[in-house]
Design a binder for this molecule. Structure first.
Ligand code: KG4
Ligand code: ZN
Length: 342
């Protein structure tokens, strides 16, 4: 029997709605907000206003593309955090009102768990192998960098994480230094494909355990570029491909060094990537290489499921639906993990 879950994602600057039938994606609609481009980053107040404008058409389109009627929904799942509070409030309020009016269960989803469980989604008629528990998951996005041992769908043990900037932030800040548009990760990735990753060396921070640090890398990149610009005002234009390839190499090396360290003792047979930065071609290639050398199976989300989307929220909703993990309308969104349940 079909279990149709509507997922709603509004934690940052993408308004998204998706319908899944179990783990199968029936629709996954994303309205990206262009309004932030001229500011070089997400402006929270503008993001919440754009979510308000987008949410009804996006949900309507998701239902139409899935070819179902709202009365057929089994439950509604929404991102409850972490993220921008004003943005989260738009999606969560809408989800609550819709679940209440349809008299269907309401399910709250953690955005990061969504990124991880995106690896369990499949397209219609796709018979895809899924990761087996426990697996090691490098979760890398604009706001988070986490190395997790995932023991079960909602049992995710933190092995390490960033002590300052996230990996996506490092990409975005490097792009800004080079005068490239936001979000910078995909642009750096594109330039890097034709550059020499060994042309310029940037030191990778030595942080204990399985933790990460990217703020020093950003500063050394900034000073490096600034110093060269003093001697040659065309330094960026003349070296854009090599600069992009070299900074990408440093970020990817930093990420994969700790993955290798973890794999030396990890019982996990599967290595999984998740989050927006897992779209990065350099990181994907490095992960293929590491998985081969450490004899692990590798799972990479398809590119459309790496960055923020509601299908990943809907599939979390499905797994929670099976456990009957529902919430009431008085549940409150949280901006960060540490504010959860406040
Ligand atoms: O997961 P996501 O959509 O949003 C958050 O939860 O933060 O991740 C967005 C981040 C941005 O920092 C963006 O620059 C980065 O993912 N990103 C990439 C690539 N595509 C997106 N970074 C490097 N290479 C890419 N191809
Ligand atoms: Zn995200």
């Amino acid at each position: 029997m079909s279990v149709y879950i509507l997922g709603i994602e509004s934690s940052c600057d993408d308004t998204s709605a998706a319908v899944v039938d179990g783990t199968t994606i029936l629709s996954n609609v994303i309205a990206s907000q262009k309004v932030h481009a001229e500011f070089g980053g997400v402006v929270p107040e503008l993001a919440s206003r754009a979510h308000q404008q987008n949410i009804i058409p996006v949900i309507d389109t998701a239902l139409k593309r899935a070819k179902i009627n709202k009365n057929q929904l089994s439950a509604i799942a929404f991102t409850n955090g972490p993220g921008l509070l004003g943005s989260l409030l738009v999606g969560s309020s809408f989800a609550k009102a819709m679940a209440y009016s349809l008299q269907v269960p309401l399910i709250q989803v953690d955005h990061l768990q969504g990124h991880v469980l995106a690896n369990f989604l499949n397209k219609p008629d796709e018979d895809k192998l899924k990761p087996s528990f426990p697996f090691l998951c490098l979760t890398v996005s604009g706001g988070h960098t986490l190395l997790l041992q995932v023991n079960d769908y909602f049992d995710m043990q933190r092995l390490g994480g960033t002590i300052d900037d996230a990996a996506g932030e490092a990409f975005d800040k490097a792009a800004k230094i080079l005068g490239l548009p936001y979000p910078g990760g995909p642009v750096i990735d594109k330039y890097a494909q034709e550059g020499d990753p060994k042309k310029f060396q940037f030191a990778v921070a030595h942080v204990p355990y399985l933790d990460y640090s990217f703020s020093g890398l950003k500063t050394s990149f900034l000073y490096f570029v600034r110093d060269h610009l003093k001697e040659n005002p065309n330094f960026i234009e003349e070296n854009i491909h090599d600069l992009a390839a070299s900074i990408q190499y440093a970020i990817v090396k930093s990420l994969m060094d700790k993955v290798k360290k973890a794999l030396k003792t990890s019982p996990c047979k599967d290595l999984v990537l998740a989050g927006g930065v897992s779209a990065n071609s350099g990181l994907r290639n490095a992960a293929i290489d590491v998985a081969r050398r450490y004899h692990r199976n590798l799972f990479l989300p398809t590119l459309d499921l790496t960055t923020d989307n509601a299908a990943m929220i809907a599939v979390c909703g499905y797994f929670k639906y099976l456990k009957k993990e529902f919430v009431n309308v008085d549940v409150v969104p949280y901006s960060s993990e540490k504010n959860k349940n406040l």
